[in-house]
Design a binder for this molecule. Structure first.
Ligand code: NCD
Length: 322
């Protein structure tokens, strides 16, 4: 590292880092406004905002068409920064000088002087690392093509713990498009824990690339008999994955509401979202096992804690809670 803390790959963050991050996220959660509005009569609310006052996050989501579309990652990072009392510069190609022919590199060199950290999403694998090598300010990878989405892993791991699950010994089944960045970052992150068992139920053409397996503990099958496979595996988590057509992945699945009762009773259902109704119809949202809205809400405190870490203020925030 070159003196700034970039967050590019889930592989770089071990359990010790995550334990500290999650401890901070727990402390910041009441100030995230995700359950009830923050209590402005609490002096700590103002102290936290003082620490981050004047700091600017640049949220830059690149990619033509819908290839870098985002609802949760972009908004929850921006909200996290605002909840801490910082400011946000929201950048998208459309309406910027990139439309006048300016290169990304020159765009970045300019934005670098306007902000204190970046969250960047882009279509090409490795593009965010490339940006980080140009930028002086720390960069968080908000998804680079099919490669990585480390902060999705952070909030997923936090969510699993909040749902009462132990990451050591976890049994998790990923279902759908396994080529995507979310599965890759989750598997890389889970490799820091002991005894994890992973099942992949793929749609043909969207298998997990072989170099991404957790070697000793990965089993896979096509989605064809996915209900039986899930009941045999008996996972703690069923992690559904959309077919990421915006990143060029191809295939389809369509789960019928009739399958709800046939799925294992014990497993909670997670999903990074968005969830196309065609893949998982809205009836799924009503089931007590569906925890994706809660999961997305945890993105705010986790990203608040991460911003505190990356800006080097984790100790200052911890100190407020002594
Ligand atoms: C995911 C992504 O963009 O990789 N969404 C997200 O960040 N919550 C998954 C997806 O787009 O299907």
């Amino acid at each position: 590292m070159n003196g700034k803390e970039d967050v590019l790959s889930a592989a770089d963050f071990d359990r010790k880092y995550l334990e500290r991050l999650f401890g901070l996220a727990d402390k910041l959660e009441p100030y995230s406004g995700t359950r009830t509005p923050p209590d402005t009569s609490d002096p700590r609310y103002h102290e936290i905002r003082k620490i981050f006052a004047g700091h600017q996050l640049c949220s830059a989501f690149f990619g033509e068409g819908n290839s870098s579309a985002s609802t949760r990652t972009k908004r929850s990072f921006e909200l996290a920064m605002k909840r801490l009392g910082g400011g946000v510069i929201s950048f998208s190609e459309k309406g910027s000088s990139i439309e006048k022919g300016e290169s990304k590199e020159r765009t970045f060199r300019n934005l670098d002087s306007y902000c204190d950290l970046f969250i960047i999403r882009d279509r090409e694998e490795g593009s965010v690392a490339q940006a980080a090598s140009v930028l002086k300010k720390p960069v968080i990878n908000g998804g680079d093509g099919n490669n990585e989405h480390p902060t999705q892993w952070f909030l997923d791991a936090y969510s699993m713990q909040k749902f009462g699950l132990e990451l050591d010994g976890l049994k998790i089944a990923f279902v759908g498009d396994l080529k995507g960045r979310v599965v890759n970052s989750n598997i890389k992150g889970l490799s820091h824990y002991r005894g994890v068992q992973v099942m992949g139920l793929y749609i043909p053409g969207c298998e997990l690339p072989a170099d991404r397996w957790l070697k000793s503990s990965y089993q896979e099958a096509s989605m064809q008999n996915y209900v039986e496979a899930l009941n045999d595996f008996n996972p703690d988590v069923i992690y559904w994955c959309r077919v990421q057509k915006n990143l060029g992945n191809e295939g389809e699945y369509s789960i019928s509401p009739g399958d709800i009762e046939k799925l294992p009773k014990k497993a909670v259902w997670m999903h990074p979202q968005p969830i196309p109704d065609k893949e998982l119809p809205p009836e799924f949202d009503m089931d007590r096992r569906a925890l994706w809205f809660k999961q997305a809400s945890y993105g705010v405190p986790v990203r608040m804690a991460l911003i505190a870490n990356v800006l080097g203020y984790a100790d200052n925030v911890e100190w407020l809670f002594k």
